[in-house]
Design a protein around this ligand. Structure first.
Ligand code: GLY
Ligand code: MN
Ligand code: MN
Length: 443
């Protein structure tokens, strides 16, 4: 498993500091453990911003960057070494090793924070931090108060506080080569897990058994687990967009929709495939499936620098509406069906979202009121779908209870895009061949 070298994180911290004015103090907190029930906790997942800047995977830490002080400094506050606690919850890096292994100028025990932070604040003219973090903000107000009481006449106080999330979001949106390697791994593992699900699926299995197969593959291949709650919905359940119960038995004749992705070194894969539980698409399933596939492939073909996600979405909508009219699921003229958004009963979500350390990754979608142009290094999903609810009135009963989504992860390149998730088939022929046991269908 490749780990990014410490130099990568040092370089990111420097680049972030370079983008800030002098005398800026920057605060980024780590995640903390979250209670699952009584005295047990959810598995720890580091805050994505903190991870991006430190590569440090412990809870209860604070990154502090000081720009253009007497000297610029990169500081870390983290848990101290504690033999007894480490016996229970695992090795802590501590302060000495944090300096050496993570490339900080200094590291302090977390308990020193209220002593140290007012001193640092007294020299800052502005502060950058994630503003939605209420706990950090109230701590900041406490430290400000401390500056007043402890340094009285000598100290001035920062006059400006700015939300760091947007600045960091723009950095994280453009993936660097070392991140692209990891995203390709996340996508490859996710694709292989979907192949596994297609290969083992058969009628009478439970949805959660397919989920187990998928997540087994994630872990076997070195991913930390799913990057979001896996969705396995067969039959009518495929029409529930965020169905995560995964508790039903799967019937021959139904489609099963799986939306699942691996998290690898913090990076998310995000794939949806929809396939027949018994390995063979029925005619109505084929017709709707090929329409969604056409929309997916159309959006991929339009992906290149300077295109926008809005354009891709509009092309997908036009393609789906045209097909729905041809199949008789919508009646009327394509333009007015688009205008009135009549298609939203069947396609009610967006086509794309940024992908990275978060599955719905950071980065602005619009700039100056307009959809932003795509640039090489951006990674996002293309995920058109059609969902004909089981109780949908005014449609031929043959369509009811069919839900289909086909989701790929794409990287914008200098000339077009690279589909990172091509390791799992999406054509009807490819899926049916893989389900029959033809391993060549994967390639
Ligand atoms: N799996 C979440 C999404 O596709 O957006
Ligand atoms: Mn997605
Ligand atoms: Mn998804």
């Amino acid at each position: 498993m490749e780990h990014l070298p410490v130099e990568v994180f040092i370089k990111r911290r420097r680049a972030l500091m370079d983008s800030l004015p002098d005398k800026a103090l920057l605060l980024v907190p780590s995640a903390t453990l979250v209670t699952r029930s009584r005295d047990t906790e959810h598995p720890f997942r580091q805050d994505s911003d903190f991870w991006y800047l430190t590569g440090f995977n412990e809870p209860d830490a604070l990154l502090v960057l000081m720009k253009g002080y007497e000297k610029s400094e990169q500081l870390l506050f983290n848990q101290p070494k504690d033999k007894l606690m480490e016996t229970w919850t695992g090795i802590r890096l501590g302060q000495v090793a944090a300096v050496i292994q993570l490339g900080f100028d200094q590291a302090f025990a977390l308990a020193d924070i209220d002593q140290q932070l007012p001193k640092l604040l007294a020299e800052a003219s502005e502060v950058w931090m994630p503003l939605e973090d209420e706990a950090l903000y109230s701590r900041y107000l406490f430290w400000r108060q401390q500056v007043r009481t402890r340094f009285k006449r000598v100290a001035s106080l920062p006059t400006r506080i700015t939300d760091l999330s947007q600045q960091l979001g723009e950095m994280r949106l453009l993936k660097q080569p070392e991140e692209i390697i990891l995203m390709k791994q996340a996508a490859r593992i996710s694709a292989e897990a979907h192949c596994r699900a297609m290969q083992v699926c058969k009628p009478s299995m439970y949805e959660y058994q397919l989920q187990a197969e998928i997540e087994y593959e994630f872990r076997m291949q070195g991913a930390s687990g799913p990057s979001y709650s896996s969705i396995v919905g067969a039959g009518d359940n495929a029409c529930v967009l965020h169905y995560v119960e995964n508790s039903a038995v799967m019937q021959a004749g139904d489609l099963v929709l799986i939306d699942a992705g691996a998290e690898y070194q913090g990076y998310a894969g995000d794939i949806t495939r929809t396939f027949p539980v018994n390995g063979t698409f029925s005619t109505p399933q084929q017709q709707l499936y090929n329409l969604v596939l056409k929309a997916n492939e159309l959006a991929i073909s339009l992906t290149r620098p300077a295109a926008t996600l809005d354009e891709l979405h509009q092309a997908v909508v036009r393609c789906l509406v045209t097909g729905l009219v041809e199949l008789g699921l919508l009646q009327g003229d394509v333009e007015s069906l688009i205008e009135t958004e009549a298609y939203k009963v069947f396609f009610m979500h967006g086509t794309s979202h940024w992908l990275g350390l978060d599955v719905h990754d950071v980065g602005l979608y619009r700039q100056e009121g307009k959809a932003r142009p795509l640039q090489a290094g951006m990674v996002f999903t293309i995920e058109p779908g059609l969902y004909i609810a089981p109780d949908q009135a005014d449609v031929d009963p043959q369509w009811r209870g069919i839900g289909i989504r086909i989701e790929d992860d794409v990287l914008v390149t200098a000339t077009g895009c690279e589909v990172l998730t091509s390791g799992v088939p999406k054509t009807i022929a490819g899926i049916e061949a893989l389900m029959k046991g033809d391993d060549y269908a994967r390639h």
